[in-house]
Design a binder for this molecule. Structure first.
Ligand SMILES: NC(=O)c1ccc[n+]([C@@H]2O[C@H](COP(=O)([O-])OP(=O)(O)OC[C@H]3O[C@@H](n4cnc5c(N)ncnc54)[C@H](OP(=O)(O)O)[C@@H]3O)[C@@H](O)[C@H]2O)c1
Length: 272
């Protein structure tokens, strides 16, 4: 049966792979969010309607929703994918960068959902969260906090709503997408100029660059999202990858023990 979707972050990585899967066959109607028109494909399938959205700009989110609501009166599945990574030591990071992290990864998804609520009924919301939601990893705490907050807010929506909306959180581990390189470029100010943290941040930067290659293929996440979309009663949370499963198991340990393990692991890997 043909379905109608809204997806953000559809011009790269996981979102692009999900869009390609959902649009193949031509039956579904997909509203796909982009922020940079240079990243749109040369040939756009007839069943894909791209819409402009900047997740740092509330007006752009509201305009996008109004536009979508003019074109359809029902969304079967809303897939919140857009995201970025803000990194740096909490001692030094500018709090405006923390606000930006929450705007992109958390608040904009809430705004989008609120403004599409009129056309969500018996629908699914699939959020691309992260294994970072399970914990508090050093130097990417803004990212971890934004994903944890996303999961908490949307779990509340699932508990509270009277419209039979099912919320699912997908928590991937490391996936090979451009996000890693983008995160290094966007956070160079902290990764390269933080007096006192040079060794740790050099490790974080090199690790991020390695992740671009060593991560799981995007299809692992895209296939899972399509599978979840087809399930009548999906679980509330799914992990992708052994690293994400490990993070989930770790998260049930006492915080003091988790911190000891993380500090030991980081020192061991930095000294290699
Ligand atoms: N890759 C991983 O290892 C991993 C692991 C766990 C969770 N995730 C999550 O998966 C999601 C997708 O990330 P990805 O790995 O596929 O990275 P990606 O390739 O960089 O894709 C991110 C998408 O979000 C869009 N985006 C970022 N900031 C935006 C803004 N201000 N306004 C509108 N759109 C914006 C990007 O637009 P452009 O195409 O214009 O850049 C891109 O389409 C993110 O939420 C990320 O946190 C990724």
């Amino acid at each position: 049966m043909a379905k109608t979707y809204v997806i953000t972050g559809s011009t790269s990585g996981i979102g692009k792979a999900v869009l390609e899967k959902l649009s193949s066959g031509g039956e579904n109607l997909i509203f796909a969010g982009y922020r940079n028109d240079k990243k749109l494909p040369a040939e756009i399938p007839e069943n894909v309607q791209y819409f402009y959205i900047d997740m740092t700009d509330k007006k752009s989110v509201i305009d996008a929703c109004n536009n979508i609501k003019k074109q359809t009166n029902h969304i079967d599945t809303l897939i919140n994918v857009a995201g970025n990574v803000v990194a740096g030591p909490i001692e030094k990071i500018d709090t405006d960068r923390l606000r930006e992290q929450f705007d992109v990864n958390t608040f904009s998804h809430i705004e989008l959902t609120q403004n599409l609520m009129d056309i969500l009924q018996n629908s699914k919301i699939i959020n691309v969260s992260s294994m970072s939601s399970f914990g508090n990893f050093p130097f990417i705490s803004p990212y971890c906090a934004s994903k944890r907050a996303l999961d908490i807010f949307f779990n509340a929506l699932e508990l509270e709503n009277h419209k039979n909306i099912k919320v699912v959180s997908v928590k991937p581990g490391v996936i090979a997408t451009p996000i890693w390189e983008k995160s290094v470029n966007a956070n160079l100010e902290y990764l390269e100029n933080c007096k006192g943290y040079e060794k740790e941040l050099d490790f974080v930067k090199n690790n991020a660059l390695k992740n671009t290659k060593k991560g799981l293929p995007v299809l692992k996440v895209a296939d899972l999202i399509v599978k979840i979309d087809g399930l009548k009663n999906p679980k509330s949370s799914y992990t992708v990858g052994n690293d994400a499963k490990f993070a989930q198991i770790m998260s049930i340990l006492p915080q003091g023990l988790i911190n000891k393990i993380i500090k030991f692991g980081m020192k061991y890997r930095m000294d290699l």
